[in-house]
Design a protein around this ligand. Structure first.
Ligand code: GDP
Length: 606
């Protein structure tokens, strides 16, 4: 819920703890809890007694297991979280047992760490994961880092052993562009330099782990940056006649105020903030970075989850379907060029594939390889990504928050990273026309929903394509007639009907004409008719994947149904229905109607 700047509230900081397995993360966390008196009453004695009964030596790490067990009975946790307080502030420590959990938490913002503790075993020294985690922190923009050289007791508290590790690791961090604020020799087991100074290391005069945490600076909420508010959900008011929408999300950066003119990206739709609602409290006049907000708008534009709300007066984010990204891959199967995955960022999700791998970097030794068609597990790569739908983002250098993404395959997060640059693609011109058209759009007083209610249909472009002479027009006209007779508001538009009128100033495609421009205009005409609430049936020969993408870019997402007539459709053309003109026309129309009903475009009779 809304995070208020209540003066009574103590400062909070989230820290992520990372490190190679067995280097002592849990022990250090257990110690921190025990030595700051943050454990539940009697927990320490209880765990000690349990160890004794099982004749096991007591471990501080067990404290954490005991807490995890307790927690997981109540709620499911994907990463261990522990809380403790110092005089200065409250800490939330996130254990990152694996890369995936770490990444998930960092990117979804469930608990975005502001600083990190990286644990390295003094005896084992720097291992692959020590480096990988360091690299991931740098990619994710975590700039405050303390390195804990743990298990100093195993190297007789030797200053030279400590220095060797410190030097080695500092050199690595330097290469990835991070600097450790503190490097602390410690022993989790014996408590040296965790919460109390270590009597065994008089040569060390720096802070303990606890002091280091307190010396980290609180990241100021990004209020002075442009507004970035990813839309998480849009709710309707339930009261009859109330047409307002509630646009809900947590402000990533900047400030939003009542009266602000907002632009939603990637659609480019605009509206003014009418109110900022608060749960069980009077409305607010403004909300800032870090706050959960619910806005109502002046004009009831159609926006959906996944858009990024920005202020019209501030610099716009990038909108692209072709982007340069740095990503780490953690899937067992390598990331493959051309294969389709799902990209998630903010509330947005879209199919994505790698167009090209620019370079692959082994995150543990930073060696660069020329592998060009795949990224193996645990590697970091710089790639060109293509997204099916445009994404709105800021390059990582400008705003780390709105540059982060994850890649999902088969419902699991397999990788993630940051977007660095918007690149040109073939839809660039089309998209900028659409963006401008949406920004300039004069909204009618009749909302999209109202029209849909009245006409009892969801306006949709039914694109009938396929090879020449396969009966596309015959079918399209039959469909139009049937729907019309059944009371639908429907219109048949042959591509030729646009050719000699709307397109009179451009050459005919095939005679040196620009097919792309013809299609763009056809799609703009379709967009107008869809806005008017119509079911539009359009025929066009042999539409290719890129052309369908172009049309979808123009008419908007989720407003198009593709029918392929005769033969096999090309493998990359996703059609909703395949028809064969050798079957009776009526049957074909029935099939089409079933698809429209299934998609809730028209409704089944009761
Ligand atoms: P994690 O996998 O990083 O969470 O590591 P644990 O905290 O579970 O520790 C792994 C092993 O190292 C356990 O057996 C601990 O007892 C041991 N260990 C952790 N810290 C120290 C330390 O400071 N000194 C010694 N000697 N052993 C330690």
């Amino acid at each position: 819920m809304t995070h208020m700047n209540n003066t009574a509230q103590r400062e909070q900081m989230s820290i992520v703890i990372a490190g190679h397995v067995d280097h002592g993360k849990s022990t250090v966390m257990g110690r921190l809890l025990a030595d700051t008196g943050s454990l539940p009453m009697g927990k320490l004695d209880q765990v000690r007694a349990l160890c004794e009964r099982n004749s096991k030596p007591f471990e501080y790490a067990f404290l954490l297991d005991a807490l995890k067990d307790e927690m997981s009975q109540g709620i499911t946790i994907d990463a261990a979280r522990v809380f403790f307080k110092t005089a200065q502030r409250d800490y939330l420590i996130l254990d990152a047992p694996g890369h995936i959990e770490f990444l998930k938490n960092m990117i979804t913002g469930a608990s975005r760490a502001e600083a990190a503790l990286l644990v390295i075993d003094a005896e084992e020294g720097v291992r692959e994961n020590s480096r990988r985690h360091g690299y991931m922190l740098s990619l994710l923009g975590v700039r405050q880092l303390a390195v804990v050289v743990n298990k100093m007791d195993l190297v007789e508290y030797s200053e030279s052993a400590f220095n060797a590790i410190a030097e080695n690791y500092t050199a690595f961090l330097k290469e990835v562009g991070v600097e450790a604020r503190f490097i602390i020799p410690a022993s989790g087991r014996f408590g040296d330099n965790i919460a109390q100074p270590g009597g065994n290391m008089a040569w060390y005069t720096g802070p303990t782990v606890l002091e280091a945490l307190d010396r980290f600076e609180k990241e100021p909420p990004a209020l002075d940056q442009p507004l970035r508010l990813p839309v998480q959900d849009v709710y309707k008011f339930t009261k009859a006649g109330d047409k307002r929408r509630l646009v809900v999300g947590t402000v990533d950066s900047g400030i939003v105020e009542v009266g602000d003119e907002l632009v939603f990206f990637p659609s480019g739709k605009r509206s003014r903030v009418a109110s900022i609602e608060a749960f069980n409290r009077p409305s607010l006049t403004r909300a800032g970075a870090g706050e959960a907000t619910a806005l109502t708008l002046d004009e009831q534009i159609y926006v959906t989850r996944g858009e990024l709300a920005c202020r019209a007066s501030e610099p716009a984010p990038k909108v692209a379907t072709r982007v340069r990204a740095s990503l780490f891959w953690m899937g067992r199967e390598p990331l493959q060029v051309g294969r389709e995955y799902l990209l998630k960022m903010g509330g947005a999700r879209t199919p994505v594939w790698v167009e090209k791998i620019l370079r692959v970097i082994d995150a543990s030794d930073l060696s660069v390889s020329q592998e060009s068609d795949r990224v193996e597990r645990h590697a970091v790569a710089e790639c060109i990504l293509r997204t099916r739908r445009a994404v709105a983002f800021d390059p990582a250098e400008d705003n780390a928050r709105t540059s982060r993404f994850v890649i999902v395959d088969q419902y699991e997060i397999r990788g993630g990273g940051i977007l660095r640059e918007a690149l040109e693609d073939e839809y660039e011109a089309v998209r900028s026309h659409v963006l401008l058209r949406n920004m300039k759009w004069e909204t009618s007083r009749i909302s999209r929903e109202r029209r849909a209610e009245k006409y009892n249909q969801r306006p949709t472009l039914i694109l009938v394509t396929g090879e020449r002479n396969t009966g596309k027009k015959t079918f399209a006209k039959a469909l139009e007639s049937r729907l019309f007779e059944e009371g639908k508001v429907v219109y048949f538009l042959g591509i030729g009907n646009v050719l000699y009128g709307v397109d009179a100033d451009i050459k005919v495609a095939g005679q040196g004409g620009d097919r792309g421009e013809h299609l763009r205009r056809l799609a703009e005409v379709a967009h107008l008719l869809l806005d008017a609430g119509v079911l539009l049936v359009v025929t066009a020969v042999n539409l290719k994947r890129v052309e369908l993408d172009l049309i979808e870019t123009t008419v908007g997402e989720d407003r198009m149904v593709v029918v392929w007539m005769g033969g096999e459709a090309p493998s990359d053309v996703a059609c909703d229905l395949r028809l064969d003109s050798t079957y009776p026309l009526d049957d074909q129309v029935d099939k089409m109607k079933a698809v429209l009903q299934e998609k809730n475009i028209i409704f089944k009779p009761f």
